[in-house]
Design a protein around this ligand. Structure first.
Ligand code: TXA
Ligand code: MG
Length: 319
């Protein structure tokens, strides 16, 4: 098992030797390695069992370090960076040669973000290189929001997990790119679309599961529990399964007829941020209960409700 602790100097030494480690961020925990070292980057893909065509986000602590790996930082991107960094926003920007094709899977843009977590910012400030880091879960499973989640699934494969407590945002960063004058959201996440539009005006949302909710078969299965997860139509599920074999994930209130110990409420007061913070931990808890299926309710399609629904929809896709 990995060491779980808060020794930044030890983590720095491991990273300088080309190791990969678990790091906390405000969104989810990352599996981090030196973004300038191809061997470390390859190790990330291997530990996560991630296909190499799925590129990685590069994390840094300061905008002043970005020109070493980004060749052009458009005005709109700078406005978003000023407003939301450090925070749950990732920007797609043209890369320099310092970033290898392994990190970007051959794409000419690199995904960049300044995460908002004191331990990780301190670590990044002490390093002479940025950190490439995907979420620290095996490919396809629910993202980790605590050091223990990382340890359960990847602990045997990595030497250290930096423990920064529970992730405060709880869902991954919003990914934003630019095509000419158009701002495009490629993944819904911890920064709401409404907040982005306040800074740069209307955006195009290309994130799959919201642009095409009518065709769930088209969605890529992701963020998935092992148990089948069904959205809505509770009546159909309760006709098929006995009440004690159903788990439920709801927004504000319990579902009647199934035991309350099999239920998780995301936010009794209807707070989207609180719901996001609980989402993945509750999905894991339901997955580990002695139930056969999970019923999940969707939230209103606004604010972080959009990103939460995106994750719930993807979790419902079976391959
Ligand atoms: O909040 C987050 O973004 C977390 C924390 C650890 O920072 N990271 C995260 O990484 O969610 P990951 O690898 O699980 O998801 C990154 C997503 C992938 O869907 C990938 O396809 C996309 O970002 N991505 C990365 N680089 C890209 C690029 N150059 N162009 C387009 N998409 C990219
Ligand atoms: Mg991920």
């Amino acid at each position: 098992m990995a060491i779980i602790g808060t020794d930044i100097v030890c983590v720095k030494t491991l990273l300088e030797k080309g190791e990969v480690v678990g790091i906390p961020t405000e969104t989810v925990y990352g599996l981090a390695g030196n973004a300038f070292d191809d061997d470390a980057v390859l190790k990330i893909f291997k530990v996560k069992n991630r296909p190499q065509f799925d590129p990685l986000i590069v994390h840094t602590d300061s905008i002043t370090k970005i020109p070493s790996f980004v060749s052009y930082f458009p005005a709109k991107a700078q406005q978003l960076a000023q407003r939301f960094w450090p925070g749950p926003l990732t920007l797609l920007l043209p890369k320099t040669d310092a970033i290898s094709d392994l990190v970007t899977s051959g794409l000419s843009s690199v995904a960049v973000r300044i995460p908002n977590h004191p331990l990780t910012l301190e670590l990044l400030a002490s390093l002479p290189f940025p950190l490439a880091a995907p979420s620290a879960n095996p490919f396809g499973y629910i993202s980790p929001t605590s050091a223990l989640h990382v340890d359960k699934q990847l602990g045997k494969k990595i030497p250290y997990i930096l423990d920064g407590g529970a992730s405060q945002i709880g869902i991954e960063s919003t990914i934003v790119g630019f095509e000419g004058e158009t701002t495009i959201v490629y993944r819904l996440g911890g920064t709401a679309v409404e907040a982005i539009e306040e800074v740069v005006g209307p955006v195009e949302v290309l994130a799959h599961s919201t642009s095409n909710p009518q065709a769930p078969g088209m969605l890529k299965s992701h963020y998935s529990p092992r148990k089948p997860l069904f959205i809505e139509h509770f009546d159909k599920i309760s006709a098929q399964y006995p009440p004690e074999s159903i788990g439920a994930l709801t927004f504000q209130t319990f579902v009647s007829n199934i035991p309350t110990e099999n239920q998780r409420i995301l936010s009794v007061s209807g707070d989207y941020s609180e719901a996001a913070k609980h989402l993945f931990a509750y999905m894991r808890q339901l997955d580990n209960l002695p139930v056969e299926v999970i019923y999940a309710e969707l939230l209103p399609e606004k604010n972080l409700g959009r990103a939460i629904n995106d994750r719930i929809r993807r979790a419902s896709v079976r391959e």
